[in-house]
Design a protein around this ligand. Structure first.
Ligand code: ADP
Ligand code: MG
Length: 674
């Protein structure tokens, strides 16, 4: 802002200076700097130069009235220019000697340095011989012809004509450069040239307007001779000085400037011509200049005001933009802070914006995702249901929601329309939440609480049954004593009853042991016993499905472990194996203790198709009918194994069977006992 203001004022200042310069140029034919330096008058060196030089000699034509000529009566050298030169002499305070000459000689003397100055038109040719001062007056070159000559109306008509002119006159140089084949007749002076024209020896005379008209009038030939309306040229006349005296130019310029300031030329002209002003330079009037200056200043002020208003507007806009940007930034930060995946869609499913959570999930920076089409994204983008919800939100302006499964995860999706002023949907925001864990824990909780209830129930029932079983056992003892040795059949019956009672109480003990909630603690586990107990619980179904059980285990597999976790893994693997053999088969269980606990649960069942192998550990993946499978068994087994720091592997051949292999690291007993 500040810099611009300075620039503006600088420009304004320059404009004013330029205007001033133009004014001075117009009034005095010099620039602003010259004006300043000339106003100071002659310098000490210049004065010294003048006094050393002595009188200045003005040598010019003696027969060009009224500019300069020698009086017929007393041979006095006079004329407009002579008056001017006299004023110059007074102005500069130096003597100027006048030397009337034939024009040709005047030029030659000046070149030779015999005279010091002479007034003339500046030209290229002359510039080679002389130095020029600033302009002193203005002169027109004209053509004089016979009054009845209609063919001559401009300089072009002079081609091929006989034209008289004073020797060395500027008009000759001027015409030679522009018109071809002019047959020039040179005379000593303008008078002789006019006499030639009047006598019919030439077709025209060219020369300076005041001189030509002066003679035409003086000779009384104003009616027989006529000046062509269009002048040849109109030019400033300067003072020429010999090349050897450059100091004189600067001195003369100061004198010329002083004379111009005092309007001396106007007075001289009035003396010679009355009120007409043929030799004054045409000047733009002072009032015009003042008007122009005032208008310029006004325009500048208006410009400045406009500039200030514009600047204010710009500030306001940038302030507002900043505010807008900040509030936008706030919104984007909030958007990014939301833990769900947030995606903003265009009508054709082009992604307009995404939040940080989503870009992390995709693994690309937000800038790389925006602008893409949702379908190009793959993964979630291919989900038909999600696309349908988004499009429905666009068409129906209503929020949509639903749940979808993708890559082992469950997502809760909500879509919201974003409306414009006319309440048209322009964008749709989708909030996508990964609810896998939530759904699992909900299901797990349900299952566990059911199991806990069943366990309690079983415990209650077991106690109820245990008592009558104890009674039965006691009475069998009595019965056996009573029956004695002879009654073989009764003894056999009693033995069977005793056996059954034992088995029933064994199962009940097992059930009680299983339903006991053991928690997260590490304990000493007899893995062989644990497997056997599970098999006892599954005995009925094993028999029903004609499944043979093979157990290969080291005799004493005892280790420190979280019993609850191990139980989960074993129950789930065995249950799945049983489910895989509806038409019978062999369930093989191996168990050994090496540097880790290693066991295998294998079946000869239906096997797992290879395309399912990647999914079986995903939550909710099941191929079983509803009510039968939850799809959580292997997921839980996998997680428990992970928790124990172990590994679970599967190998399966469809139609032949499946084998799950589990390896669990052992906890050092000393650690446990600590
Ligand atoms: P669920 O048993 O409730 O279906 P799981 O997570 O235990 O859930 O098992 C997931 C799926 O893996 C089963 O539905 C089944 O298709 C497959 N599966 C697991 N174990 C076996 C096996 N031993 N033989 C064949 N298929 C199996
Ligand atoms: Mg299962």
């Amino acid at each position: 802002m500040k810099k611009k203001t300075i620039c503006f004022f600088l420009a304004a200042g320059l404009l004013l200076l330029w205007l001033l310069n133009q004014y001075i140029q117009n009034a005095y034919d010099i620039n602003l700097f010259q004006y300043v330096s000339y106003s100071r008058g002659l310098s000490a060196e210049e004065r010294e130069w003048l006094s050393r030089h002595g009188p200045i000699i003005y040598g010019a034509d003696k027969s060009t009235p009224p500019l300069r000529y020698q009086d017929d009566e007393n041979q006095q050298y006079k004329g407009i220019v002579i008056d001017y030169v006299n004023s110059l002499s007074i102005e500069l305070g130096v003597e100027i000697k006048l030397r009337p000459l034939v024009w040709q000689d005047a030029l030659a003397n000046l070149e030779a340095g015999k005279t010091d100055m002479c007034d003339m038109f500046p030209s290229e040719q002359r510039a080679r011989k002389y130095l020029f001062s600033n302009s002193i007056y203005n002169l027109r070159g004209i053509i004089l012809k016979q009054a009845d000559d209609d063919r001559l109306n401009g300089l072009a008509d002079l081609a091929g004509k006989k034209v008289a002119a004073a020797r060395g006159d500027y008009s000759v140089e001027f015409l030679s450069a522009r018109v071809a084949n002019i047959d020039f007749r040179y005379t000593d002076d303008v008078l002789t040239a006019i006499q030639l024209l009047h006598g019919g020896a030439v077709d025209a005379v060219v020369g300076d307007e005041p001189v030509v008209s002066f003679y035409a009038e003086k000779l009384g030939w104003k009616d027989s001779l006529r000046i062509v309306d269009k002048p040849l040229y109109e030019q400033n006349v300067i003072l020429a000085v010999p090349k050897t005296k450059p100091q004189l130019v600067a001195i003369l310029n100061k004198g010329i400037f002083a004379i111009k300031q005092k309007s001396v030329l106007e007075k001289i002209q009035q003396k010679w011509f009355g009120i007409s002003a043929p030799i004054l330079q045409q000047q733009v009037s002072k009032t015009t200049f003042i008007l122009a200056a005032v208008l310029s200043i006004l325009a500048m002020m208006i410009l400045f005001l406009l500039y200030i208003a514009n600047e204010k507007l710009k500030n306001e806009v940038s302030k507002r933009t900043e505010e807008l940007y900040l509030s936008r930034d706030d919104l984007q930060k909030t958007f990014d802070g939301i833990p769900y995946f947030m995606v903003v869609f265009d009508r054709d499913l082009t992604i307009m914006n995404v939040n940080k959570a989503f870009s992390l999930y995709i693994g690309l920076p937000a800038a790389a995702i925006t602008g893409k089409n949702w379908r190009e994204l793959g993964g979630l983008g291919r989900d038909e249901a999600l696309q349908t919800w988004i499009l429905q939100t666009f068409s129906g302006r209503s929020e949509q929601s639903g749940e979808l499964r993708h890559g082992g995860s469950v997502f809760q999706v909500n879509t919201f329309p974003l409306l414009d002023k006319e309440r048209k949907v322009i964008k749709v925001v989708a909030a996508i939440q990964d609810v896998t864990e939530l759904r699992i824990s909900q299901k797990q909780f349900l299952q566990e609480s059911k199991m806990a209830a069943v366990g309690q129930l079983a415990a209650g029932v077991a106690h109820e049954i245990r008592n009558p079983l104890g009674l039965i056992r006691s009475y069998i003892y009595i019965l056996r004593e009573e029956v004695g040795r002879e009654k073989d059949n009764a003894r056999k019956a009693i033995a069977v009853v005793e056996d059954s009672v034992e088995r029933a109480s064994g199962i009940i003990d097992n059930l009680l042991a299983f339903s006991r909630i053991s928690g997260d603690s590490l304990e000493r586990v007899d893995v062989g016993r644990l497997i056997k107990n599970i098999l006892i619980l599954e005995q009925k179904i094993l028999q029903k499905q004609k499944i043979a059980v093979e157990y290969h285990g080291s005799p004493d597999v005892v280790c420190v472990m979280n019993q609850e976790s191990l139980k989960h893994v074993l129950i789930n693997l065995i249950a799945n194996a049983i489910d895989a053999m509806p038409a019978g088969g062999t369930l093989t269980i191996r168990c050994e203790l090496r540097e880790f606990l290693h066991f295998v649960v294998a079946d000869s069942g239906v096997g797992i198709p290879s395309e399912h192998l990647d999914s079986i550990f995903h939550p909710f993946f099941t191929t079983k009918p509803p009510g039968k499978g939850t799809g959580l068994g292997l997921y839980i087994a996998y997680n428990e194994v992970q928790k124990l720091g172990g590994e679970i592997r599967v190998a399966s051949e469809p139609g032949k069977g499946t084998s799950f292999e589990v390896m669990l690291p052992l906890v050092k007993e000393s650690l446990h006992e600590k």
